[in-house]
Design a protein around this ligand. Structure first.
Ligand code: AMP
Ligand code: MG
Length: 274
């Protein structure tokens, strides 16, 4: 996933190995950059059985797409590729990403009973906004028996229980412009904190309503019960901008902090009091 994953836990080697293994597994299933991945192998026009990981990731992404009326859209693969995001972060190989320009999330149809995914027209799924969160949650399930742990996947965190001093975990929220400064610090336990920023990989979040890079926010941080929810909503809020972003977080019952390029803070009522 092009990021460093670190885990702090008092857990046996085998449990840690299983936790780390989920990042490789989710990546193998959900990578847009690997033409042999199950995600890329979905055919057009044929309802195809999907593995639990792929089905859950797509189902969840489609829900967020509906909630945001398509500002968040997991079918933006070809638009992302068109903007130059086409290179596999390990191999450097360039992958193409087919897709009709007008394709959108409504062209993806799930069958909940048969667990199939149907692409109604040519498109390339991009689960970049939810895959890390999904992997963090899967890793967290492996470590739950050991209660106190923290998983950090480059800006997407899940903190279980307490830290070594018996306190809630302390999570810093990076200043979007000063690399070594923090904007805020949170105390959290048994929840996820995920941030989308324009400083990580350039303007890698696009607004499908005009398919230009968005520019209303410098960073969006969401605190939620699961990392997949926090990850997806951070990306979604980033696209929506400060006002609509906060409205979305309120509607979804999560807390968050949105920071504009001129460093104005917009936050939900309960942010920082969790
Ligand atoms: P994150 O780092 O979690 O904010 O996710 C960024 C990734 O989400 C990008 O690299 C794309 O793969 C994907 N993405 C970009 N724009 C959107 C969007 N409007 N809706 C859904 N996914 C997006
Ligand atoms: Mg995200």
């Amino acid at each position: 996933m092009g990021t460093v994953v670190s885990i702090e836990a008092d857990a046996p080697e085998a449990a840690l190995a299983r936790a780390f293994g989920w990042f490789r597994e989710v990546e193998a299933v959900c990578s847009r950059f690997d033409e042999t991945s199950p995600l890329r192998q979905l055919p057009v026009g044929v309802a195809t059985p999907a593995s639990p990981i792929l089905f859950e990731a797509v189902r969840f992404a489609l829900k967020v797409a509906e909630q945001t009326q398509g500002a968040f859209d997991p079918t933006l693969g070809s638009h992302m590729a068109g903007r130059g995001y086409r290179r596999h972060y390990v191999t450097g190989a360039i992958s193409d990403a087919p897709g009709a320009p007008e394709a959108n999330f409504r062209d993806v149809v799930l069958d909940e009973d048969r667990r199939t995914i149907l692409l109604k027209r040519s498109l390339t799924l991009d689960l970049g906004a939810v895959a890390k969160g999904l992997a963090v949650d899967a890793a967290a399930r492996e470590l739950q028996p050991f209660r106190d742990f923290c998983i950090d996947a480059g800006g997407d965190l899940y903190c279980g229980g307490k830290n070594r001093s018996g306190e809630p975990w302390s999570v810093g929220i990076r200043h979007p412009r000063e690399r070594n400064e923090l904007m805020d610090r949170l105390r959290v336990s048994d929840c996820a904190v995920c941030t989308s920023g324009d400083y990580e990989r350039g303007a890698h979040i696009i607004d499908p309503r005009d398919t230009a890079a968005t520019c209303g926010l410098a960073s969006a941080t969401v605190v939620a019960p699961t990392a997949m929810l926090a990850d997806a909503l951070a990306t979604a809020a980033f696209v929506l901008g400060p006002e609509q972003g906060i409205a979305l977080l309120d509607r979804m019952g999560v807390e968050g902090l949105l920071i504009t390029p001129d460093l104005a803070r917009h936050q939900t009522a309960g942010f920082g009091h969790a």
